[in-house]
Design a binder for this molecule. Structure first.
Ligand code: ZN
Length: 330
């Protein structure tokens, strides 16, 4: 569990939080919003640690009893509330309304970090608002949500809101390295590129990269060997889901080819580990043909959603990729 200074990125947010800590101007309720996997909960826990650190200052010291307990996840004044089943229910909050539960164990504060805060039931949300009407001293709520649009405006307006923005690729890579997940740098680069600036998503993607590599290897094989589809190793594609994934990778790959053709730069390329092959294909395929493949792949994706013969969908896409169905390619 990091301290604020070790949270990667989100500089403006960290600066404002640390300033509030130093000045002693801590609000009773915060809302951390933004896409899933962007680091809201990590920042929330770091902020909670700083709030509970008995040495005070703009961050957790990392050494006092409070910091050691919060790092071990056993601090008695740090409470994490998450949905029980589909929702956060009023009884998860009602316990907080009794004064006794606010007798802090050692620290001057009680911190409640609420995950997926948009899942509060109406009753729970009203209970939350009631607590904030006369907040017991030292109480701090940190609400975390991917979907603040689903929250009551009255709840939002009572919180100091922070919107987390996607991280640059370099910082996503930094998070992966910190998590010890970036050893294979090619895979880490691809996961970072595909993550949309969300390190949590990059970590999840790293797990799925083996499958992605197999799919791209298959695509390379198809482009190089131009086999008739009957001879394809299509086991992986037999399932509708597998075929849908394959088409997605075809789209991402030829999108990269097109981007290289247009920009001549690797900056926006997603499949960074296949760059030499992307450049090779960008030279071998005329731009209209690449666009034709992309359009066909998009259509295939849409057709697959309907009740169609997968074999036909796959064949027409493969013909387009290999050019075997075109008169000019013979
Ligand atoms: Zn401390």
């Amino acid at each position: 569990m990091p301290v604020l200074r070790d949270v990667v990125g989100h500089e403006q947010i960290k600066k404002r939080l640390r300033s509030a800590l130093v000045k002693g101007l801590v609000n009773h309720a915060y809302l951390f919003g933004g896409p899933a996997g962007i680091g809201k909960k990590t920042a929330g826990l770091a902020f909670a640690r700083a709030l509970l650190c008995r040495r005070g200052g703009g961050d957790a010291c990392g050494q006092c009893d409070d910091c050691i307990r919060s790092e071990q996840g056993v601090h008695p004044d740090l409470h994490v509330i998450r949905p029980e089943g589909a929702t956060i229910k009023i009884n998860q909050l009602r316990a907080l309304q009794g004064g006794a539960s606010f007798t802090a164990y050692g620290a001057a504060r009680q911190v409640f970090l609420m995950e997926q805060a948009e899942k509060m039931t109406l009753a729970a949300a009203n209970c939350f608002l009631k607590i904030l009407e006369e907040p017991p001293p030292g109480i701090v709520f940190i609400l975390v949500t991917d979907d603040s649009a689903r929250m009551l405006p009255t709840v939002l307006s009572r919180c100091q809101q922070y919107r987390f923005s996607p991280l640059p690729r370099e910082q996503v890579l930094q998070v992966l390295a910190n998590a010890g997940a970036g050893r294979d740098s090619d895979s880490a680069s691809v996961a970072a590129a595909l993550s949309g600036g969300c390190p949590g998503r990059a970590l999840a993607l790293l797990d799925g990269l083996d499958k992605r590599n197999a799919m791209l290897d298959l695509l390379m094989h198809i482009v190089r060997e131009r086999p008739g589809s009957v001879f394809l190793p299509v086991d992986e594609l037999a399932e509708r889901e597998g075929l849908a994934d394959f088409i997605d990778y075809v789209i991402l790959f030829f999108r990269d080819v097109l981007i290289w053709q247009i920009t001549g730069s690797t900056e926006l390329i997603i499949n960074v580990d296949r760059i030499s092959y992307i450049i090779e294909l960008a030279g071998a395929y005329a731009r209209p043909r690449v666009m034709d493949i992309l359009i066909t792949a998009e259509k295939s994706s849409a057709r697959l959603a309907g009740n169609v013969n997968q074999r036909l969908v796959l064949d027409s896409l493969l013909f387009k990729i290999t050019g075997l169905g075109d008169d000019d390619r013979g």
